[in-house]
Design a protein around this ligand. Structure first.
Ligand SMILES: [Zn+2]
Length: 374
């Protein structure tokens, strides 16, 4: 038994590390709380919050879709990541009337339409697409789009879901930490330090298994408390059955699907600090402005206007004022001449676009101090 553990441990470790990264692999906005600290927005496409047992990672879901009078524009192949313009296809409404979820994909007779992070999110999205396809008029479709956007921006619903989740989070953090300490610290120490007896290895292994079991039970109760159906909970926790070391990052693993019904902005507003909220809101406002300015108004004008309406109402409701106000900033560096309206980075040279966000920089005018003489 001890010899077997000795053989298996490096594999268990390799899969554990791999899974910690895979959690955030898709290029989606990710909120991370490192060991109980306040959530903050991760901007890197790859992070490893699953490596630390009490960390929590939440990835809200934003389906990439654009509505026109004649059809739905989606990324080719339904992808989750923000697509390039040449990867977009328009599917006529007539071919979407039978949209349905198959696993976590939305399909119609035109093939794969969209991809969602969970089967539940895919089912909700398929129902929405069917509704749009069968709408009696373009005005009805746009009214439904606006209702959908407003629902996805409901911060109070995110907070409620969060409150129900949080009650179970403390015990879950504890059990995942015990699973981590016994399985990934005590067990290898006893296996690889030659003077240690085998009984210690077996003891650590038993504690790790018990902690993993406790984490599975707590995770199931947490998902039930936020209203997930029994079948969804089983599907969400199935990987634990086949690979128990996942329990060592249970808070990230169990919660990753919980916020797929909400827009990133609502989740960020409920969980993160005001700087992150402002940044995501500014990014969305810029995306809408660029959409309004850059796309054919006859084709996508209504779509962008509805998005601006929904966002404007939301900004007012959370006290952020008008969209344009989001994009103006006080100069921090007296030598700066331009700034990025999305991330707030300041530049001393008048560059065209922000290196991080790829949005057009805005100017303050000349620097308020002269540059130091070199
Ligand atoms: Zn920027």
């Amino acid at each position: 038994m001890v010899a077997l553990l000795h053989e298996l441990f490096p594999w268990a470790l390799a899969f554990f590390v791999l899974n910690s990264f895979a959690l955030v692999g898709a290029r989606r906005r990710l909120l991370v709380s490192w060991n109980g600290e306040p959530h903050r927005l991760e901007r890197r496409s790859l992070a490893a919050p699953g490596l630390w047992p009490a960390c929590e990672a939440i990835a809200p879901f934003e389906p990439r879709l654009w509505l026109t009078a004649t059809g739905l524009i989606v990324p080719r192949g339904g992808g989750l990541a923000p697509p390039d313009a040449d990867e977009l296809v328009e599917i006529p409404w007539a071919r979407l009337a039978d949209a349905r979820a198959e696993g976590s994909r939305v399909k119609s007779d035109a093939g794969e339409v969209l991809r969602a992070p969970t089967p539940e999110a895919a089912a909700a999205l398929a129902a929405r697409v069917r509704g749009w396809a069968r709408a009696a008029s373009g005005a009805e479709r746009m009214a439904d789009l606006e209702a959908w956007l407003r629902d996805r921006l409901r911060v109070d619903l995110v907070r409620e879901r969060r409150r129900r989740q949080r009650e179970r989070l403390g015990p879950l953090r504890l059990s995942s930490t015990i699973a981590f300490a016994s399985g990934f610290v005590a067990l290898p120490a006893s296996l690889y330090l030659p003077e240690q007896p085998g009984a210690l290895a077996l003891g650590a292994f038993a504690v790790a298994l018990l902690a993993a079991l406790a984490a599975a039970v707590l995770a199931a109760r947490m998902l039930a408390a936020v209203g997930l159906e029994r079948a969804s909970i089983r599907r969400a926790l199935e990987p634990l059955l086949f690979y128990p070391p996942l329990a060592a990052h249970a808070p990230s693993f169990a919660a990753r699907h919980l916020y797929a019904d909400f827009a990133p902005l609502a989740v960020v507003a409920a969980l993160a600090g005001p700087d992150d909220v402002r940044r995501v809101a500014a990014e969305e406002w810029l995306e809408i402005e660029e959409g309004l300015a850059g796309t054919d108004p006859a084709r996508l004008g209504d779509y962008w206007r509805v998005r601006r309406e929904a966002l404007t109402a939301w900004l007012r409701s959370v006290g952020l004022g008008e969209g344009d106000a989001l994009l103006t900033r006080e100069r921090q560096d007296p030598l700066a001449v331009v700034y990025c309206p999305a991330c707030g980075a300041e530049y001393r040279r008048a560059l065209g676009r922000c290196g991080d966000c790829d949005v057009a920089l805005r100017g303050w005018g000349p620097a308020t101090e002269s540059a130091p003489v070199r």
